[in-house]
Design a protein around this ligand. Structure first.
Ligand SMILES: Nc1ncnc2c1ncn2[C@@H]1O[C@H](COP(=O)(O)OP(=O)(O)OP(=O)(O)O)[C@@H](O)[C@H]1O
Length: 509
């Protein structure tokens, strides 16, 4: 039985949630309708999350300065509280003003609606969230009796609604120097799956557009070859399906499912590092698919050779097609993405403000998009055109939040794992090149990414004095100027590329 009322209040002081940017912005507007709440919230959480968690699934009520969000179950209540508090608080501020408060409660009416919906729903519905195949293969699953046809229809509707919403398109991918190669390869490979680059392996740092390219690939192939079985999923889902198959002793049907596809697209294969059993299964899946001329597409946060905890056989497979790197977006690309985002969100904005945003949000496109969303929210609230000074003021908090806190300990771990050396060696007095170079890089990164003083860094990396750290910093700069290389996983790499990869991993961790 559901409890009548279970509520969690949004508190401003003492809350561990990140405080949202909009806290300083909102003029009080007590007449805000549910429609504008949903509109603002959709901007805050993103259209995808909004459709998944809010649309038709929650209720909103404003009484005085209190925004109440009704949800269908205690589980949802605690989950949404954890996940969306800061966005809901931002929405409450924008709608109600600075005295806004919010709370979640279980709404018994929604419990009823949700139960009805569940009983009408295709039992394998959740599959569509992580595993996309073409509707015919999904709808052939386990429906029975008289309801079968209508269930299939519902499912198809659901699947296409989901696809239309979730999957990015190659036509909306903005290209520049940093992503041109990966984009062109994706475009060409999707024209003739299984023919050109197989596997196609796309790697790069966080939020630079890898998933967008993979999704675009998926959509294009589905569009050009509707009869092909195309599966897109994350590595984590692949691992979960496999674990489940092991538990349920249904490995043969797992294999049948994955080894009969025409195109297999797996996002974030770095997830498989150190997971031998998944690596083994993936390897056999790849071997099988390749031997039948099927197309494979992968993405990862690093070059296959830098996935040092991946089996050599799998690494070799990843390398056997085309490996493309997506670099951090250059300023021109960021500017164009920001401009297109403003057009899409219908945000009037000056060129100066666009330039400001693209200069300030340099790490990845996701952060840049987040900044544009904030400006759009401000425009919706005030109806004003965004100028540079407004952008500076509005984004001040967000900029601060985008600064990641990197610790010396994080640097130690990532350097050791990338170069395959032990912590003791890193801190030792050994001068062998394969140890001293990573040590100098670690010190360089310590200076660049943390606030630690020379002496603190020296102390941390083996009780050295500050002049050793100064020397290391100077030395790494010299390597960069001279475009030197460094050995990782028995291969020479451009120093610049390795440093960028280490930084990306640290900023993402
Ligand atoms: N070149 C681009 N043009 C248009 N949108 C882009 C571009 N690059 C990234 N984006 C957008 O930025 C956001 C983040 O991109 P995406 O999720 O593809 O990054 P990712 O590299 O897969 O990151 P992660 O490693 O964290 O999964 C998405 O909304 C995506 O559509």
């Amino acid at each position: 039985m559901q409890p009548k009322s279970l509520a969690v209040e949004g508190t401003l002081c003492g809350s561990t949630q990140k405080q949202p940017t909009e806290a300083k912005l909102g003029p009080v507007n007590t007449e805000t309708s549910e429609q504008s709440i949903t509109q603002l919230l959709a901007q805050q959480v993103g259209e995808r999350s909004f459709q998944n968690w809010f649309a038709g699934k929650v209720s909103f009520k404003i009484e005085g300065n209190l925004l109440t969000i009704g949800v269908a179950s205690p589980f949802l209540l605690s989950w949404m509280q954890k996940k969306f508090s800061s966005q809901i608080y931002a929405t409450a501020l924008a709608c109600i003003g600075s005295s806004a408060e919010y709370r979640f409660e279980v709404n018994p009416d929604l419990v009823q609606v949700s139960n009805n919906k569940t009983s009408n729903r295709e039992p394998t519905h959740s599959t569509t969230v992580t595993l996309e195949t073409n509707p015919s293969s999904l709808s052939s699953k386990n429906t029975s009796g008289e309801h079968k046809r209508s269930d299939q229809k519902n499912l198809k509707k659901e699947v296409s609604r989901y696809k239309g919403r979730l999957f990015s398109n190659l036509s909306t991918f903005v290209t520049g120097k940093s992503n041109q190669l990966a984009y062109t390869a994706t475009l060409q490979a999707s024209d003739q799956p299984g023919v050109l680059y197989n596997p196609l392996f796309i790697h790069g740092g966080v939020g630079v557009g890898k998933t967008h390219l993979l999704e675009g690939f998926y959509r294009k192939v589905r569009q050009l070859y509707p009869s092909l079985q195309v599966v897109f999923l994350t590595s984590e889902s692949f691992g979960n399906y496999f674990s489940k198959a092991l538990q349920e002793r249904s490995v043969p049907s797992f294999r049948q499912r994955f080894r009969n596809v025409d195109v297999l697209i797996i996002d974030d294969v770095d997830f498989f590092e150190s997971k031998r059993i998944f690596q083994e299964e993936l390897l056999h899946t790849i071997k099988h698919l390749e031997s039948h001329g099927r197309q494979l597409v992968f993405s990862s946060d690093r070059h296959p050779r830098l996935l040092t905890k991946m089996s050599e056989e799998l690494t070799t497979r990843f390398l056997s097609g085309l490996v493309c790197r997506v670099e951090s977006p250059e300023i021109e690309l960021r500017l164009e993405i920001a401009r297109q985002r403003a057009l899409k969100l219908k945000t009037p904005i000056t060129m100066g403000a666009l330039e400001y945003v693209s200069r300030r949000f340099t790490n990845n496109v996701r952060e840049l998009e987040g900044a544009m969303n904030c400006l759009q929210t401000y425009h919706v609230m005030t109806k004003q055109k965004i100028t540079t000074s407004m952008a500076r003021q509005i984004l001040a908090d967000l900029e601060r939040d985008c600064i990641r806190i990197v610790k010396l300990d994080d640097i130690k771990q990532i350097v050791c794992s990338t170069f395959g050396i032990s912590e003791a060696d890193l801190k030792s007095s050994r001068r062998a090149r394969n140890i001293s170079q990573p040590r100098m890089l670690a010190m360089f990164l310590g200076r660049k990414l943390t606030q630690a003083a020379y002496s603190e860094i020296g102390e941390f990396f083996g009780g050295r004095n500050h002049s050793t750290v100064m020397f290391a910093e100077k030395q790494v700069r010299k390597w960069l100027e001279n475009r030197s290389s460094i050995q990782v996983a028995l291969q020479e790499w451009p120093m610049e590329e390795i440093i960028e990869s280490l930084e990306q991993q640290l900023l993402a961790s």
